[in-house]
Design a protein around this ligand. Sequence first.
Ligand code: SF4
Length: 406
Amino acid sequence: MAILDLKHKLAILSDAAKYDASCASSGAEKRDSLGGKGVGSTEGMGICHAYAPDGRCISLLKILLTNFCIYDCAYCVNRVSSNVQRARFSVREVVDLTLNFYKRNYIEGLFLSSGVIRTGDYTMEEMVRVARSLRLDHDFRGYIHLKLIPEASPELAAEAGLYADRVSINVELPADESLAVLAPEKDAAGIKRAMGRMRLRIEDHAEPARKTGRRKFATGQSTQLIVGADAAKDGDILARSAALYGSYQLKRVYYSAFSPIPDGSARLPLSRPPLVREHRLYQADWLMRFYGFGQGEIVAPGQDLDLAVDPKTAWALRHRGDFPVDVNTADRETLLRTPGLGARGVDRILQARTQTRLTLDDVKRVCGSVKRAKPFIVTADWTPGAAVDSDDLRASLVAPQQLSLF
Ligand code: SF4
């Protein structure tokens, strides 16, 4: 096998990592190297927080340690039967790349995942060595996200948590049955056990950190669900997310639209789902986490989200009898359910209306726009009349700007 130079390895192993959506550097402990101690920081000048519109963090050095893998997950370009070019970094190479890119201000931290080589323990140990060296040998204070290998020993996962800001274990497919078919070497029960153990460790470490102000463990875990590789509907995917949030206190569930891969299995779809589907799932996820919606209110199991309008608008159109709401009297929960009103806008409305009765212009001023909210709200000088019952209402709300968050 030809020996690859570092640049070539980087090209292969950063490209191979792009399929993993589960990274975000928000929520990291505040650390810096002001005063000449250590290298890097998780905040402040020189840190490029670059997020794609769907919320993906794009300013981390996001790589695989290796794209060799002994497993044969049908949806994965790195599976053992795949014909892709392989590469592997040494621990030292990843450490040096991270430090050098950080010092040049290319990145704010490291997202490290890997194919499984030899065993789960061997692979996890290599990844832990990277994080250990960055933290202990180089006093690296930037962000580190480590992907955990679920079958690795609990002790190695615990050590990973000592060095990482965030860890993640990918559930991958919304249904355990799909995982059994498409990734037969993976163990859905083992993945749940690993996530459960990590939840307990994070909680165990949270209390002392609260008291002393010093973090000694990862502050959270996340996961990724692949959308469109199996027959799961959006309602099934969101039901799985709701269960994951509840059971494992996840910080985030990331949704990654399935990408057809070269020489893919005949069991996989030939085309990727529309990107807007991934976007709608993120919007629905926000409704569950920040807007007080139950999963079943957004979309029923076995059904898909409406791709033409955002999930909150779709809900409002199904509940027209609850509208219009008076922004001068409605409670926070009701305002949060109103299309076009985001959480920050609602808080501003609640604050502003203690001073005066709000007009449509006032709402526009504090929320930035009333375009979508207008048919659903009453203000001191505006009522939509019968607009909320109009047959044309849905069509009037289907517009390119629907791709914006709420
Ligand atoms: S274990 Fe991970 S890297 Fe290996 S084939 Fe499965 S999804 Fe791909």
